[in-house]
Ligand binder design. Structure first.
Ligand code: AMP
Ligand code: GLY
Length: 427
């Protein structure tokens, strides 16, 4: 089959790389892709933006694409799946209706309450005076979230009243996130350890992927501003067998059932961000209507089952219960970013020494471009250096060993990706 992957990040490089290994796949296109997908022999870049739905449909029709897999949230929230289907094309990803689970935090929180799914207490505001009045009466920290899509930057964990007021004003009055921040959700702060729990579903059958954990903060020790994710590893030890079952029973199944009861059939990847507290209670932090980035990179390194086949079957409502086949090794990916990220950064710097790949080490590209026979930086998160090892500690050692040779002007990375799992292994 011919497969089109939509997007340009590390997630899409990893998805396309994995799909290109399927015996059922004859060609893989990525629109628009990045420098990494461009230099992969088995992958072809197509110069169409992931938001240009009309052009993507035209391409898919002209190339007789059998299956399209959507990486990022924006086109899903815009309804790309519905539009592909109207053109008679198979497209793996939730409908516009179902993608509201990520597209609106207010919708998501109200949905969770309607279906009795555990989550933090919250209140929604469009008026800053009312929001400020509310936070005067709350305990701290408190969490302020822009309602709509804000590329991972719309969440502030406020440690004081002053910070909360600043975040409220930024979103509602200064329009720091545009229309996406014209409504905010003010949420109770949850203590515990986070995990990413991602499943593949056709709306009936649910197939869970291995668990993972990412590091959203920019700096070591989970400090500094939030980013899209500075590194991830799989599996996450905090997701024990009993937590795994709890997440399916208390979160995933009721969500799929609830959507169906409300008239939308969820077909696609569903990502639940879960907080696990010290008493092993779980609560939903967020839903994403897509695979995680950078969680995809370590998860794809470990997945042995045929992803293209699973997505194809899901689109045709032919998914049957199946236990995925995994590499027993652990995987860990470290993001290398451009100096300044998640704020302003330079592009166009030449990246050297990217030839360290082996069976257990893969350099997934995100913000890169292949130009003049060289790979250059072209975004904030640039690479995700991902390694397999018998333990998280060994995978971590291998990834950092490879990173020490890769350089470009002002690049930076966190030095402690996987620290929680490494600490557990040492104990
Ligand atoms: P979200 O995009 O909603 O997942 O938020 C981004 C990050 O902010 C999460 O991964 C958490 O680290 C943090 N966060 C969000 N909501 C809460 C909460 N209610 N309590 C504690 N931390 C939170
Ligand atoms: N790594 C977090 C996300 O993909 O939203």
């Amino acid at each position: 089959m011919k497969v089109l992957v939509i997007g340009s990040g590390g997630r899409e490089h990893a998805l396309a790389w994995k799909i290109s290994k399927s015996s059922q796949v004859s060609s893989v296109f990525v629109a628009p892709g990045n420098g990494g997908t461009e230099i992969e022999e088995a992958i072809n870049n197509v110069d169409i933006s992931s938001n240009d739905i009309e052009a993507l449909i035209k391409f898919a029709l002209s190339q007789k694409i059998d299956l399209t897999i959507v990486g990022p949230e924006d086109p899903l929230v815009e309804g790309i799946t519905d539009k592909f289907q109207e053109s008679g094309l198979l497209c793996f990803g939730p409908s516009k209706d179902a993608a509201r689970l990520e597209g609106s935090k207010e919708y998501m929180k109200d949905f969770l309450i309607r279906h009795n799914i555990p989550t933090a207490g919250y209140k929604t505001f469009t008026n800053s005076d009312e929001a400020i009045e509310h936070v005067y009466r709350q305990d701290y920290p408190i969490v302020i979230k822009a309602d709509g899509l804000a590329a991972g930057k719309g969440v502030t964990v406020a440690l004081s009243q002053a910070q909360a007021i600043e975040a409220i004003n930024q979103s509602l009055n200064s329009k720091a996130f545009g229309e996406a921040g014209s409504k905010i959700v003010v949420e109770e702060f949850l203590e515990g350890e986070e995990a990413s729990f991602i499943v593949l579903t056709d709306g009936d059958t649910v197939i869970p992927f291995a668990s993972s954990q990412d590091h959203k903060a920019r700096d070591d020790g989970d400090l500094g501003p939030n980013t899209g994710g500075m590194g991830a590893y799989s599996p996450a030890p905090v997701v024990t067998q009993s937590i795994h079952e709890k997440i399916l029973k208390q979160v995933i199944y009721p969500t799929i059932e609830g959507l169906k009861a409300e008239g939308s059939n969820y077909c696609g990847f569903l990502y639940a961000g879960i907080m696990v507290d010290s008493d092993e209670n779980i609560k939903v932090l967020e839903f994403n209507c897509r695979f995680g980035d950078p969680e995809t990179q370590p998860i794809m390194m470990r997945l042995k089952s045929d992803l293209a086949d699973l997505c194809f079957k899901a689109c045709r409502q032919e998914l049957s219960d199946e236990i995925l086949d995994w590499d027993d090794r652990k995987a860990l990916g470290v993001v290398m970013a451009s100096g300044g990220y998640p704020f302003e950064y330079e592009k166009g710097n030449v990246i050297k020494d990217l030839n360290k790949e082996s069976e257990d080490l893969k350099i997934f590209h995100a913000g890169t471009i292949y130009e003049d026979h060289q790979i250059k930086s072209n975004g904030g998160r640039v690479l995700c250096v991902t390694a397999l090892g018998q333990s998280v500690s060994l995978a971590q050692e291998k990834a950092y060993d490879a990173i020490s040779d890769i350089k470009w002007k002002d690049c930076f990375y966190r030095n402690d990706i996987g620290y929680r799992a490494v600490k557990r292994e040492k104990n």
